[in-house]
Design a protein around this ligand. Structure first.
Ligand code: MLC
Ligand code: AMP
Length: 503
């Protein structure tokens, strides 16, 4: 027996004294040093009483210790459940309750509020602060630096990542050990990662991009990461000279283009820039090449599937496309029944492969609605495949806004807006935004004779939902445009307000 994920990402670096994490304060953590921290944390998990398959809900700032917690969960056979640091206690309570997490790891500043949630659910709580302090690490520091890896199979669960849906209820996407490992191994080969690579890591580590793409790829290759707490333009510019690769959402690249320090000279030594999580405008692609001499490599993925397609490392990286299906991944353009459409036509993108998740936690109906019996996952993205085989994403068949790489489901916000005094109904739409790509606009209709108070509404939203989901503006309309079936025509609203943040 073995533990494919731990062995394939972490265990293979045992004893290596080469750098794994380079922190902004100059501290370097070697591969072996990292394994020792994670082994110590794994001992704490066992001491707490966690058993293989138990869920560990984690809402902490990015740090080396936070990453070691991910490795510890893999080694102890636990299911890692990372959560956006922007989530409110309301949002967290749902994830913790729905997942049945046995342990919550949070920042010390949130411990009091979350202790209430934990007690109600019989979950244990430990703290981990951004500077690496906290009860978890205090306990870990007394533990042995070797831990006997727990046996797991490739089909066992490794992580839950929550993703919202069109009904407003979040779903826990169940990812197996094999889902994560197979995708990382494929990407290392496709993108030519080696142990010489130094990846500039400025993404959060609670989503697929920063954790399962950037981190897992670096681990499989045995390379190292300059591990920044977040995307900060000055820090990124300062650390680029020491990096060989960088991964980011389009906002990273538009922000770099907006800075005069971002030049050919600064990036001449770089090997690769990868973009994903949101559409990269073709004009950004072109401007980036003009300024830096590098063609960004755009790829396409999702929480439920990890990465599906990628532009080629060698060969033409075609702007406005997400490249070819990755080896082992099948991509079909289909009609609503899942029948393949003729080449070149626009339809729903469906994918199948070792990367595709196992289903939504305890939501068999939702799983059945999106994951076909033949293994194809209905992505909700609309696309076509051009005559040369490049996949192009042309839109979405799901009501989703992507702001700065974060997914926002309008329904979740509409439910809160509809509850506010004086509001009859609402429609939330995404409109173009120069920095975030898209941003949130709330359109509300007042109850007869009422005058809703916009400030009070936004305050109520802020108590319930994470900041990145807040409408950046509210618009009051007499009524919402509807079609003959009574369905709100969001396309009309999007057309009407498309220039609100760009002109
Ligand atoms: C922060 N804010 C956001 C936001 N991020 N609002 C909308 N959309 C976002 N993405 C809020 C802040 O709270 C702040 O609120 C204000 O916006 C401006 O803050 P900022 O200083 O500009 O925020 P910053 O820290 O710079 O964050 C922007 C960002 C960050 C783009 C760097 O959001 C980011 O790192 N995004 C990456 C997301 C990601 O990793 N996605 C991958 C998902 S995986 P205020 O109160 O000051 O106005 C996936 C699969 C795949 O999709 O294919 O990869
Ligand atoms: P998430 O649910 O956060 O994993 O987001 C996945 C969604 O992000 C996909 O279904 C796409 O809509 C979008 N996405 C990811 N990568 C790209 C890309 N390169 N271009 C366009 N959309 C993308």
């Amino acid at each position: 027996m073995a533990n494919p994920l731990y062995d394939g990402l972490f265990g293979l670096h045992a004893g290596k004294s080469t750098a794994f994490l380079q922190l902004p304060d100059g501290q370097v953590i070697t591969h072996q040093g990292f394994l020792e921290i994670s082994a110590q944390i794994a001992h704490v998990m066992v001491e707490i009483g966690l058993k293989p398959g138990d869920r560990v809900a984690v809402q902490v700032e990015k740090s080396a210790q936070a990453l070691a917690l991910y490795a510890a969960c893999a080694q102890a056979g636990l299911v890692f459940l990372p959560l956006n640091t922007a989530y409110t206690v309301d949002e967290l309570s749902y994830f913790i309750e729905n997942s049945g997490a046995s342990l919550i790891v949070c920042d010390g500043s949130n411990a009091d509020e979350l202790t209430g949630v934990a007690n109600g659910l019989k979950a244990k709580i430990e703290t981990l602060n951004s500077d690496g302090s906290g009860s978890l690490i205090a306990r870990a520091s007394t533990m042995a630096t070797h831990f006997a890896t727990v046996d797991r199979q490739g089909d066992d669960l490794a992580a839950f990542l929550y993703t919202s849906g069109t009904t407003g209820r979040s779903k826990g996407a169940m990812l197996t050990q094999n889902n994560l490992l197979s995708n990382a191994q494929t990407l290392v080969r496709e993108w030519r990662f080696t142990s010489d690579d130094v990846l500039l890591h400025a993404l959060p580590i609670f989503h697929t991009h920063g954790l399962f793409v950037a981190t897992n790829v670096t681990l499989v290759a045995g390379g190292s990461m300059i591990f920044l707490p977040k995307f900060d333009l000055d820090q990124v510019v300062a650390h680029l000279p020491a990096a060989t690769t960088m991964m980011g959402v389009p906002t990273f690249y538009t922000r770099l283009l907006g800075d005069a320090r971002f030049t050919k000279k600064l990036t001449a030594h770089m090997r690769l820039f990868v973009s994903g999580s949101a559409p990269l405008l073709a004009e950004t692609h072109v401007q980036f090449e003009e300024r830096s001499g590098h063609r960004i490599l755009e790829r396409y993925g999702m929480t439920e599937t990890n990465m599906n397609t990628s532009n080629p490392y060698f060969g033409e990286r075609r702007a406005g496309t997400v490249g070819f299906p990755l080896p082992g991944v099948e991509v079909k353009i289909c009609d609503a029944e899942g029948r393949a459409l003729p080449q070149g036509e626009i339809g729903e993108i469906e994918v199948r492969g070792p990367n595709v998740f196992k289903g939504y936690w305890q939501m068999s109906e939702k799983t059945a609605a999106e994951l076909r019996e033949n293994g194809f996952f209905i992505t909700g993205d609309l696309g076509r495949i051009d005559q040369d085989g490049y996949v192009q994403i042309v839109g979405r068949n799901k009501d989703l806004i992507i702001s700065g790489g974060y997914n926002i489901y309008p329904k979740e916000i509409e439910l809160v807006l509809d509850d506010q005094p004086g509001v009859l109904e609402s429609a939330v739409i995404g409109v173009p935004h120069p920095d975030f790509g898209e941003t949130v606009l709330g359109v509300i209709v007042a109850e007869r004779g009422a005058t809703p108070d916009a400030d009070a509404i936004l305050k109520a939203v802020s108590q319930t939902l994470a900041r990145f989901k807040h409408p950046r503006r509210l618009v009051l309309l007499e009524e919402l445009p509807r079609n003959t079936m009574g369905k709100v025509q969001k396309n009309i609203l999007r057309d009407q307000y498309q220039g609100m943040f760009t002109s």
